[in-house]
Every structure is written in C-alpha cells, then in structure tokens.
Design a protein around this ligand. Structure first.
Ligand SMILES: [Zn+2]
Length: 277
C-alpha cells in the first residue's frame, strides 16, 4: 500500500492554520487519496451534484481520539487510522459513499493521567456526533455509518446511535473498524493475541503500514521515564510496559493485512446499508 501524502506546506500557504486545521492536516498525512470521497476536501458543488443526482447513498462519520498512545505513537492515531479505513472503504464504492470530517477528540478520561490526552465529556462527544448526523440529514443524506476508531467511544455510541436514527428519521448505524477482526483473525496475525489493544502490536503495525512517520521510538526508555509518568493505577502502569514490549512484535506486513481486512469488512457493511435503504 502506497498512501499518497497531502502536502502540509501547500495548504499552510493557502490559509493560516487554526488548531482544527492542524489536526486535520495531521490526519491527512496518511490518506489513501488527498481528496477523493472526503467531504471536507470537496466543494459544495461536488457534494450537491452527488446528492441531487442520487449518486451519494451513504456517508461515513469517523470518530477517533486525540490521546496518549504510549511513548512511541502519535496521539492522533485513532483518528488517523479510522479515517484511513473509512476512506479506503468509501473508495471501493466510489462515487456512492463519502467520508465526513472526523470527530478527532473522543471520550478519554481514563488516559488523563498521561499528559497530552484531550477528552470530551460523553454528552459533549455525543452532541457533536449527533449534530454532524443532523447536518447531513438536513442536506438529504438518508444513510450514515458512524465508524469508530477509539475504545472509549464504543459503548456510548452503541447506546446513543439507535436514538439518533429515530430522532432524525434516517438509517444510522455504528461499528468500530476492529469489529472486522474475529478471534481467528487476531490469532492468525497478532503474535500477542491482541487487537485492538492500545499502542501495542496491532496499532503499531497499522502505523507502520499506513503512516510510519507517526512512530517515534527515538529516546523511548520505560525505566528512565517512570518518575515522570505518575500513573495513578499501578496495574495500568504495568500494562503500559507490556503493551510497549508487544509493540516490538509489530510489522508492516501485519499492518497491511489488518488494514485490508478492516477495509473489506467496512465496505461490505456499507454494501448492506445501501441495499437496505
Ligand atoms: Zn489507539
């Protein structure tokens, strides 16, 4: 897989960077294509044409996080990974599926003792997801897949999305992209026997295959860092070191295989949704 990379400098020259722009640009470094099927890179004319001639059948709303991913992975990982899976799956249905702007901060209070993590309160997060769905419904979109890439968002989305669908009177469903991974798949590809895990073998493999520029092993030393971390739960501190060790089992080939499986599974999910509308 050879992801095309969007030039950061190109858009920086066009407009001053706000934090929101910067976050999107960060996520953009691993896109499958710099523009195709991405709502926020499309013009209103392009979007309107697809809607009005009935070509656009479903929109994916990716939800991720900006949170600590141990010492070596960039904090945008969950947002970047789910957006990549969403885009690749949408491209398989081109031009019938688009990807809406990712929700790039999720529900991560459990990681707030690691500096850098941003978190939304559950109500705030769900309100943002709902408002994006409502915006799409207002424009005439009748089918939405909320595709998630962060563990802390799973239960709140599952509980709330059926209600979103009822309120808006359209089809809205939710999955995490790792719902694609059966125990057999995890066993076959992950030596640690774990996926998704956290910043361990799976996510590091994903990053190696999709955006290796977001992996930074330089200077990582779990012994030296201990006095700086102040992790409240000792079990969590031990697990973190375990994950860091397991991250060393990662490989580009594993990442490519796992991404391919998630993309195919998501594309099939979209096919079912489009058939049902
Ligand atoms: Zn993650």
């Amino acid at each position: 897989m050879k992801p095309h990379r969007r030039s950061f400098l190109f858009s920086a020259a066009a407009a001053p960077l706000t934090p929101a722009h910067a976050q999107i640009e960060q996520a953009a470094a691993g896109y499958a294509h710099p523009r195709k099927v991405l709502l926020w890179e499309s013009t209103r004319k392009e979007f309107r044409d697809l809607l009005e001639n009935g070509t656009l059948r479903t929109v994916i709303v990716p939800t991720g996080s900006t949170e600590q991913h141990n010492e070596h992975l960039a904090m945008i990982h969950d947002t970047a990974s789910v957006t990549l899976v969403a885009q690749k799956a949408a491209l398989l249905h081109y031009p019938h599926v688009m990807v809406a702007t990712p929700v790039s901060v999720g529900i991560s209070p459990h990681w707030m003792d690691r500096k850098g993590t941003l978190t939304l309160k559950k109500e705030t997060f769900l309100a943002v997801v709902f408002d994006i769905c409502e915006s799409l419904q207002t424009h005439g979109v009748k089918s939405i897949l909320v595709l998630n890439g962060h563990g802390g968002n799973v239960a709140p989305l599952r509980a709330a999305v059926p209600d979103f669908a009822r309120k808006l009177g359209i089809r809205i469903e939710t999955n995490s992209y790792w719902d694609a991974y059966t125990p057999q798949i995890v066993k076959k590809y992950m030596a640690s026997g774990k996926a998704p895990g956290h910043a361990a073998e799976f996510e590091t493999s994903f990053a190696m295959a999709a955006f290796p520029q977001r992996i930074h092993w330089e200077g990582v030393d779990y012994e030296k860092v201990k006095p700086h971390l102040k992790i409240k739960d000792p079990k969590s501190a031990v697990q973190e070191e375990e994950f860091a060790r397991e991250a060393k089992l990662a490989s580009t080939a594993k990442g490519e295989a796992m991404i391919g499986i998630a993309v195919k599974w998501t594309a099939e999910r979209l096919r079912q949704m489009m058939a049902a509308v």
